[in-house]
Design a protein around this ligand. Structure first.
Ligand SMILES: Nc1ncnc2c1ncn2[C@@H]1O[C@H](COP(=O)(O)OP(=O)(O)OP(=O)(O)O)[C@@H](O)[C@H]1O
Ligand SMILES: [Mg+2]
Length: 246
């Protein structure tokens, strides 16, 4: 479904991805964790061709994204929903119009069909009664849910989530996790979830990969987060507690 093969990417002289390889199976949810600046968002952006690999291959549904032409890429992007780290809502559009945007932008669907899909997506994230509000009138958690509704409105086969629960309280994070699981169970979508949030990773992940030094350092089921693997301990910060310094 999604495969990275020995992907390298530098920005200027700063190498970010250095031989990144992993794959995500159809219908699976794969969680990417790793320190800030380790290249998690960059990895997601390679899947939709916003960034192109300097070396290596990025295959998404059989398409080599690093080499794809603009038409192929546009078609692929319509099958992928993305929930951006910052929400990326348009401040001058209300909830309804933000969610309708990808349908109005890229497709010539009849308005009745647009209405039906937008209503379904907004109801799925429990925001129907708030549909006329502007983003500035919403809480952070509500904005995240609008971003989620916008990502699913095209009925994508793949959803990419960048920090879907960052900055949310535990109850709201739990709701977002349930929505992610719901998308997977009800719609059979393949998901890639970037998160720092360990409870979220454990709940939604079939497998977890931890990025360090530009590649997947450790990979396994959520149980790896409880393991004594030095890479996991380093990521969780246990290598840096003062008593550990020799
Ligand atoms: N378009 C760009 N131009 C130049 N440098 C970039 C660009 N995008 C990302 N970088 C750099 O690449 C590195 C990885 O960034 P990225 O956003 O992928 O990190 P991240 O793992 O998502 O971090 P965080 O957890 O803070 O979101 C950072 O050093 C960042 O400054
Ligand atoms: Mg990021």
């Amino acid at each position: 479904m999604i495969e990275f093969r020995d992907v390298h990417k530098s920005f200027g002289d700063r190498p970010v991805l250095q031989g990144l390889s992993f794959h995500v199976r159809k219908g699976e949810s794969y969680v990417i964790m790793g320190p800030s600046g380790s290249g998690k968002s960059t990895t997601l952006l390679h899947m939709v061709g916003v960034h192109r690999a300097d070396r290596g291959r990025v295959l998404v549904q059989g398409i080599d994204v690093a080499d794809a032409g603009i038409e192929e890429l546009t078609a692929l992007r319509q099958r992928i929903g993305m929930v951006f780290q910052g929400g990326a809502l348009l401040n001058w559009l209300n909830v309804y119009d933000n969610v309708a945007l990808p349908l109005r932008e890229t497709r010539s669907l009849p308005e009745a069909e647009v209405k039906e899909r937008v209503e379904e997506a907004i109801k799925l994230v429990w925001l129907w009664s708030d549909r006329e509000k502007l983003p500035s009138e919403l809480s952070g958690g509500m904005r995240k849910r609008v971003g989620l509704a916008r990502a699913i409105v095209t009925r994508p086969e793949i959803i990419l989530y960048d920090e879907p629960t960052a900055g949310l309280d535990p109850a709201m994070s739990l709701q977002i996790d349930h929505l992610i699981l719901d998308m997977k169970r009800r719609l059979g979508v393949t998901s890639v979830v970037v998160t720092h949030d360990i409870p979220c990773a454990t709940r939604v992940g079939d497998r977890i990969g931890i990025i360090s030094g530009g590649r997947i350092d450790v990979e396994g089921d959520p149980g790896i987060l409880d393991s004594r693997d030095p890479c996991v301990l380093r990521f969780l910060g246990h290598g840096s507690i003062p008593g550990d310094v020799r």
